[in-house]
Each structure stands twice: as structure tokens, then as C-alpha cells.
Design a protein around this ligand. Sequence first.
Ligand code: NAD
Length: 292
Amino acid sequence: MVDAKLGNPVNEADGRIRLTVVGAGVMGIGIATLGVSRGLDVVLVDVDPAKAESAPGKVARELRLATLTGALDRDAPLGAVHATTSFDGAVPADAVIEAVVENAAVKLRVLGAVSRAVGPHVPVVTNTSSIPVDELAAGVPHPETVLGIHFMNPAYLVPTVEVVPGSRTSDAIEASASALLARLGRTGVVVGDGPGFVTSRVSHRMINDAIKIVEEGRASAADVDLLMQNCLGHPLGPLRTADLIGLDNLADSLAVLFDRTGDDSFRPAGLLLAKVAAGDHGRKSGRGFYPY
Ligand SMILES: NC(=O)c1ccc[n+]([C@@H]2O[C@H](COP(=O)([O-])OP(=O)(O)OC[C@H]3O[C@@H](n4cnc5c(N)ncnc54)[C@H](O)[C@@H]3O)[C@@H](O)[C@H]2O)c1
């Protein structure tokens, strides 16, 4: 029974896995959809009442989409999903995944509250794209429970994730995180901690450069994407990928990378910042480098 509960004795009486996801934005919805599709009971927590209210409907829509595209087995038993604006309904949990905005101060506040609420035995996973796990763990009561799992977007479609243990993450928590990933059908690749880990460090620099090329007028967004797709095998092209990520999140992640490394290639492109300021945040707002 303890194995079935991710090695965590909390809440084992009913035998169901209960996952709390904090942040009901692009990633929180995708991770919740993945959890529900694998039979986990998911509680989504978002400070924004409108986001919390719309979250179960969004998860249901993503589940339909995932079934239609063949990413989800039609007959698989689904878990339940609830959403709330407070932590009161979010504990006890067998694991918590934090997916709030890419801002270290906000994440530290959220992770501190989560760590206090769930105690020393529950994995506290951060889905940060770029903030070092040790930096986030340093501010919480139980740093040994914190580790990074960098789910990709959409979380229910991309089968591989980056796993980032911090220097203080315990072996027991790493084992629980592996059990969680097995339940979610994801393959984890364990990498070292540091700004942007592997994927954001490589891809965000490239996307920022692609935006600078559009800004310089050397090529249109569509032509940059066409070249990167058809010549270099990039699945979407960097500008469509930027729109999928969310331009606000991309700018925040680049700012973290620039701030933590001093590498000028991570300084967010002016065109990116202008689009964010104009409210053109990509797919989620209806317009970015492309209309949606
Ligand atoms: N977008 C991507 O493609 C992608 C991919 C991998 C990882 N990530 C990372 O995942 C995290 C979330 O990104 P996103 O794209 O979903 O962002 P998003 O802006 O779409 O959503 C963030 C959500 O967090 C909520 N929030 C803010 N403060 C909160 C708080 N104190 N408590 C609860 N909820 C709060 C917001 O209301 C919002 O709904 C970030 O760390 C990001 O870097 C994003």
C-alpha cells in the first residue's frame, strides 16, 4: 500500500493517489490533465478565482482533445479534478507540483506555504523552467522534499521530463518522484541543477535569437519557422514554440537566465518585451507572433 501511495504513508487509507497542482495556467492545466488521465485525483490551486473556476472545464476540454488525438486511452479510468483558491482543500496530498509564474519571489512564497502545509514526507515538486532548485529549496522549511520536474508543454503529450534533484533533496523524495513519474507514464532524465537546467538553457537562447532576427527584419516569423522546421527538423519552429510557451513566461525565464548567468544572449529581445507589454502573450491570449 505504501508503494501505491508513492512511498508516502500520508492519506494511504483510501488507496488513491492525490496530487495537488498549484497554478492553473498553461502548465498547471496540462499537468492536471495528465494526472486525471492516469487515474490520479487532482486538486488545482490558483490565487485567481477566475482561473480556479474555469480550471475543471479546461481540464475536461484537454482530456477530450487528448482522446481525439489518440494521446489518451478512451477506456482508461479517470481521476477526479477539483479547483480551489486556498490550500485548505489541497491537503493532505501524496505529492504537490508547483506551476505558478516564473518569478523566484512568488515561487518562494508558494513553496514555503506548501512545505509548511504538507510536512517532511511529501515531494514538493517545482515545474520551474529556469530557476535553480537549490535557490528555491533554500527558502522552505523542509528543503529535502524539494526537487524539480520540468514537464514540457503540453504535459500530457510530451513523454519525457527533466528531473532536477537539488543538493539537499533526500533519496526517499527522489524515489517518491520516480514512483509519481511511473504513475504518470513519463520518462525522467536526471540532470544537474543550474539556471535553465538543460532544455531551457539550450532552447531559450535559440528562441531569443530567432526573435532578434525577426526584430532586425532579416526574416519574417513564418520564414524563420519554415527554415527551422524544414531544414533543421525543429518540430514547430522557434516562434510558434514561443507562442505555445507563452511570451510572458518566456520573457520571465529569459530574465532569470540573464540574471543568473550574466550571459547577454539571454537578455530578452526588445520585440519580445514589446509584445508582452502589449498583452500579446501567444496562444493563451489569442495573439503572439501569430494570431490564434
Ligand atoms: N509554458 C510553458 O511552456 C512551460 C513549460 C515548462 C515549464 N513552465 C514553467 O511552469 C510554470 C508555470 O508556467 P505557465 O506557463 O503555466 O504560466 P501561466 O502564467 O500560464 O500560469 C501561472 C498561474 O500561476 C497562478 N499563480 C500566480 N501566483 C500564484 C500563487 N501565489 N498561488 C497560486 N497560483 C498562482 C496564476 O494565476 C496563473 O494561473 C513556470 O514556472 C514556467 O516557467 C512553463
